[in-house]
Design a protein around this ligand. Sequence first.
Ligand code: NI
Length: 189
Amino acid sequence: MKIVTVPHPTLRKVAQPVEVVDARLIKFIKNLEKTLRAARNPGGVGLAANQVDKLHAVFTLQFEGDADQPALHQTLINPLIQDHSEKLILGLTPTDRAVFEEGCLSMPGLWGAVPRWSEIKLRYQLLEQGQLVMKTAVFTNFIARVIQHEIDHLQGILFTDHALQHNLPVYLKTKKGLLEVDKSNLESF
Ligand code: NI
């Protein structure tokens, strides 16, 4: 599948809950996973349905693991943040001194640090043997950030919206280095 980029209108729409598992949904999930695995320059850790022009409340993760969380190669369906830390952080962990620049396969070349909760409790469904199975899990730090970014996609929200809201810089990666972009112009890249 093709990954759509700004200003594609589907990136601004709200995805609809998945209610029925059928052959089309199963095929869609396989294709979404394949599309994320094939993404290069940049590669991605997550990909939401809106980014391939579909409005299913589904995103996929290809996460290789870190100190907080083992590897996670799963497709999460109907995700809902049930609870979250009070603390919003700009880095990968609450104690990081450096900010973490988020990027997005639908906004190629753009990077920026945005605040995210350091921990979330998530309710979601997985497809297991052709059935939707309810799960609840707590995610922290980097993977919590990725999941918040993907859930935003399902709501039609882009990471740069948070940069605008909090008046944080967004950068365009060029051969000369990172250049701060004019945020009135964010959807034309
Ligand atoms: Ni994204």
